[in-house]
Design a protein around this ligand. Structure first.
Ligand code: BTN
Length: 276
């Protein structure tokens, strides 16, 4: 049987130091691995057996990184791949997509403020730079009735990787921080900023609700007001992305009337005219 992965020694770990410099309220514990199949897959069973809110699992690379809709998330060394465990008490199960939107706000704001990049969001969870995907968020949760038992917020950022690290088919769709900045970024420092912002926005979501975050999301989101094509599995539907519903779903106006698209639904792609 394969040996279970062993976390790196916390002493002298720059990511542990970055965490203790930033995070005060929620995300205070870190398990850092040199490699994991998937940080979400590692954290979910721990969440299931009662691990407390606030644990972060970080890996320098992932061999089986998972994206939304069961897609693969390419996770070569040089990227940032981590998952955070939350147990929000006052968010209902059907509002789980709001956690994804909130995490998107945190990631985009860090890329803007810490790195000076023009990061925007493509509903629900893609973080884009110059129309190319630089980061993605995958929230996986379990429910008890209409309560959230746990949510694992998985974040993947193409940071110090190059386009050559990605399969040919993806190279026109993705970008990396290094490609955009023409220099490598300080990963532990970026991780510290990200956790700080994720904590800041998560506490707002938990204590004040998405109402307080929505204006920020709307300012960052480039999908609203655009024509979108949604792949519904058996057919494509085109319409105008009109607004966000209270649960974070996207309301689009189509020839057939209004359609409510949930982020976890069968939406497999949204294409937009993003040339502005
Ligand atoms: C997406 O845009 O499809 C979401 C990508 C989420 C990738 C991250 S990397 C850390 C965490 N572990 C995983 O296996 N996936 C998420």
């Amino acid at each position: 049987m394969a040996k279970p992965p062993i976390p790196l020694e916390p002493r002298n770990d720059l990511f542990q130091q970055a965490l203790s410099n930033t995070s005060k309220l929620v995300f205070k514990r870190l398990l850092h691995f040199s490699s994991l199949p998937s940080t979400n897959a590692y954290l979910k069973p721990l969440a299931k057996v009662g691990e407390r809110e606030g644990l972060i699992v970080l890996a320098d690379e992932q061999s089986e990184g998972v994206g939304r809709l069961d897609r693969r998330w390419y996770s070569p060394p040089g990227g940032l791949y981590f998952s955070l465990l939350v147990r929000p008490m006052n968010i209902r199960a059907d509002e789980t997509p709001l956690i994804t939107l909130t995490a998107g706000v945190a990631v985009a704001k860090v890329l803007q403020t810490a790195l000076g990049l023009k990061a925007v969001l493509k509903w629900p969870n893609d973080v884009l730079l110059n129309n190319q995907k630089v980061a993605g968020i995958l929230v996986e949760s379990a429910f008890i009735g209409n309560d959230i038992e746990y949510a694992v917020i998985g974040i993947g950022i193409n940071a110090n990787s190059t386009l050559g690290d990605f399969p040919d088919l993806l190279q026109s769709k993705v970008t990396t921080l290094q490609e955009q900045l023409n220099r490598a970024v300080d990963l532990p420092r970026l991780f510290g900023y990200l956790v700080g912002q994720l904590e800041f926005w998560y506490v707002i979501l938990r204590d004040k609700g998405f109402r307080a975050i929505k204006p920020h999301y709307l300012r960052l989101c480039r999908t609203l007001g655009k024509n979108v094509t949604v792949d519904m599995g058996d057919r494509h539907v085109t319409g105008m992305a009109e607004k966000l519903d209270v649960d974070g779903s996207l309301i689009i106006q189509t020839a057939e009337g209004r359609l409510n698209i949930r982020s976890g639904d069968m939406v497999s792609s949204i294409s937009e005219d993003m040339n502005e």
